[in-house]
Design a binder for this molecule. Sequence first.
Ligand SMILES: NC(=O)c1ccc[n+]([C@@H]2O[C@H](COP(=O)([O-])OP(=O)(O)OC[C@H]3O[C@@H](n4cnc5c(N)ncnc54)[C@H](OP(=O)(O)O)[C@@H]3O)[C@@H](O)[C@H]2O)c1
Length: 269
Amino acid sequence: MARDASGVERGTALITGASSGIGRDLAMVFAEHGYDLILVARNEARLNEVGANLERRHGIRATVLAMDLSDPEAPARIASWLSVEGRRPGVLVNNAGFGVHGPFARTDTGQELRMIQVNVTTLVHLTKLVLPGMIERRAGRILNVASTAAFQPGPFMAVYYATKAFVLSFSEALASELLGSGVTVTALCPGPTRTAFQASARMGPTRLDASGLVMESEPVARAGFEGAMKGKTVVIPGLKNRLLAETVRFLPRRTVTRVVRRVQAPAEP
Ligand SMILES: NC(=O)c1ccc[n+]([C@@H]2O[C@H](COP(=O)([O-])OP(=O)(O)OC[C@H]3O[C@@H](n4cnc5c(N)ncnc54)[C@H](OP(=O)(O)O)[C@@H]3O)[C@@H](O)[C@H]2O)c1
């Protein structure tokens, strides 16, 4: 990918969580639009497969960084790698994340703290490390994957919903701070999406499965890409998800929480 006069690779996107689901489809959409890719996740074999496939199909360059983003040192290691390699991606996609399902009193503490690290702390740290260069170059796109979970509390996934509320709030505030800077921040808020997410959160069947809200990951990724390119602050893919997100604003918080509790509760046999 050609660089501009200041050496910026406007056409490179660094995407976390690119080994599966929404992140893998985001990588596909960026590759379709000619972006070189820096793909980050733990599963190196799967990242190599995604990268090689996109290089072959779209003639782009994909570089793989296998890394556990629950390690607090990971963002600094990524920044140092970028500096050593002279890479300055014009797009940062903070997509890596996972959920933990179950009553808070019984969920695994370590897993929940790692989730906060990946969903929140790493996202903030990576943004902090990449942003100054973007501001200096007056160009950059940051796409943070939140969720429609961000709009209300989530009994039986209490910590996960709270992490996504953080991502939405942080992204909206940062987008406002950066108005006129040439750098935009977009929060992508997917509703339930068919990926490995549910299995990794050990969700089992819930009423969500029958809600008619579940989307495929490709249209979610396309909506995220288009929203980020337009500099939109919040993107909610799917009409039903958009309507629901609007509706919860007008209902009493207690009522909304009770509804989510019913939906998120493990399905009765
Ligand atoms: N699916 C949904 O219903 C839904 C709805 C709203 C929002 N989201 C959000 O969408 C994002 C992507 O999730 P998905 O649905 O595409 O699920 P997924 O298929 O399970 O993908 C999750 C991605 O995050 C990576 N990841 C997880 N833990 C990691 C760690 N410790 N270090 C590095 N990478 C890690 C995984 O890669 P490795 O396993 O290779 O590390 C994988 O690439 C998440 O932020 C999720 O919260 C999902």
